[in-house]
Write a protein that binds this ligand. Structure first.
Ligand code: PMP
Length: 417
């Protein structure tokens, strides 16, 4: 039986990333529990996606619930314009202490896309404030994805991404393949030599390009790209919205390459996947270019809900949990299990590649294989897995149990068989 709220709301809701005429009906969720989604009809799905890779501690972690409830008693929200509150200030300090390198200045926003917009605005205005004109483009990468808003779309792969319909409406950027050999690096080096005068920065998802098809590159490649950005005087922006908070094996993917970005974007798992919050962190050198007696040199940005007190309380609680619970050890175990259990997929028909990084497992199918059509089959097996583009992927909560993970990997093998 369908709940009244569902049938009555259905004619009014506009669903994300969906051709609503042909998409299967959305499943009505009653509640979540650990790494499971409990449907209104009583079925329980093991969640292989962690709500777009955000619920890093699983759902309903008692510590986050307790901290958010306590904050709600005191104050759900006040504007950050002219006002200050403890959860946001504490979180800013704590984030700047744990991110790779020195990024002492934190600007809060309410979604990853906006964190990217802010990063790009900071980069553009940094050069302007330094009196260097003309540096108003970005270098970004094929298969990259940085969000759904306009500036973020402009640095997401304009040909392949879901945003290709907008490619004539966004600012053209420099889009290149992530170099994979010396020759390609030399080519990028010479491109940067001629284009650096126009470039404010380079933006990349470190180690794993997520929504662009879960493509991986190594820490050596990442470090070399960072080196090129430094060599040619352009800012290096790391978008760790998807990779941050343990997903690739370290707290942040940049750590594996031993690099410190000039600007870092965080989101998704920042609040343990509970409330919308994102952050853009910048180096002191960048901040100092805005810090002056000139009002025009200030960063003119301020989302209504920036630094929302409930969301910051959730994020502080999530950091407490990272300090107390063995999340990164769990990622190691997940990685080992994914490697072992997904390896047999290589022998399955139409599988092109199987790759694993941290708590991300990917089975890439031949071009033209309609992976999205597999989604209902996963539900039949009581799994929540959302294949897209040409990949069937898992990015579960970092707390997923070995048994739950077996259920997910077994479903992939049986369905692809
Ligand atoms: N950057 C990356 C790397 C992402 O994966 C995403 C979200 N999938 C975003 C930016 C945009 O974040 P949001 O959906 O919160 O706007």
């Amino acid at each position: 039986m369908t709940a009244d709220w569902y049938t009555e709301g259905l004619p009014h809701i506009w669903r994300p990333y969906a051709q609503m005429k042909t998409a299967p009906a959305a499943l009505a969720v009653a509640r979540t529990e650990g790494c499971r989604i409990v449907l209104e009809d009583g079925r329980e799905l093991v969640d292989g996606v962690a709500s777009w890779w955000s619920a890093c501690h699983g759902y309903n972690h008692p510590h986050i619930r307790e901290r958010v409830a306590a904050q709600l008693e005191k104050m759900p929200h006040v504007m950050l314009g002219g006002l200050a509150h403890e959860p946001a200030y504490t979180l800013a300090k704590r984030l700047s202490q744990i991110v790779p390198g020195k990024l002492p200045r934190v600007f809060f926003s309410d979604s990853g896309s906006v964190a990217v917009e802010v990063a790009m605005k900071i980069a553009l205005q940094y050069w302007k404030n330094l009196g260097k004109s003309g540096k108003d483009r970005f270098l970004c990468f094929t298969n990259g994805y940085h969000g759904d808003t306009f500036a973020a779309m402009s640095v997401s792969d304009p040909e392949k991404s879901m945003h290709k319909a907008f490619r004539h409406a966004v600012i053209p950027q420099f889009v290149v393949d992530i170099p994979s050999d010396e020759y390609a690096f030399a080519e990028l080096d010479s491109l940067l030599a001629s284009a650096s005068r126009e470039l404010a920065g380079m933006i990349i998802e470190p180690l794993v390009q997520g929504a662009g098809g879960f493509k991986f590159h190594g820490p050596d490649v990442l470090a070399a790209l960072h080196g090129l950005a430094k060599k040619h005087g352009i800012l290096f922006i790391a978008d760790e919205i998807a990779t941050g908070f343990g997903r690739t094996g370290n707290m942040f993917a940049c750590e594996e390459a031993g690099i410190s970005p000039d600007i870092l974007c965080l989101g998704k798992a920042l609040t343990g996947g509970t409330l919308p919050l994102a952050a853009t962190l910048a180096s002191e050198e960048i901040f100092q270019a805005f810090y002056s007696d000139d009002p025009e040199a200030a960063l003119m940005h301020g989302p209504t809900f920036m630094g929302n007190a409930l969301a910051c309380a959730a994020a502080n609680a999530s950091l407490d949990i990272f300090a107390k619970e063995p999340r990164l050890v769990e990622v190691e175990a997940i990685e080992a299990q994914l490697r072992e259990e997904l390896a047999p997929c290589r022998a399955l028909p139409r599988v092109v590649d199987v790759r694993v990084k941290g708590a991300i497992g990917v089975v890439q199918m031949e071009e033209g294989f309609d992976v999205a059509a597999l989604r209902p089959k996963f539900v039949e097996k009581n799994c929540w897995v959302r294949p897209f583009s040409d990949v069937v992927y898992l990015a579960p909560a970092l707390t997923v149990s070995a048994d739950e993970l077996v259920q997910l990997t077994r479903a992939i093998k049986e369905i692809l068989q």
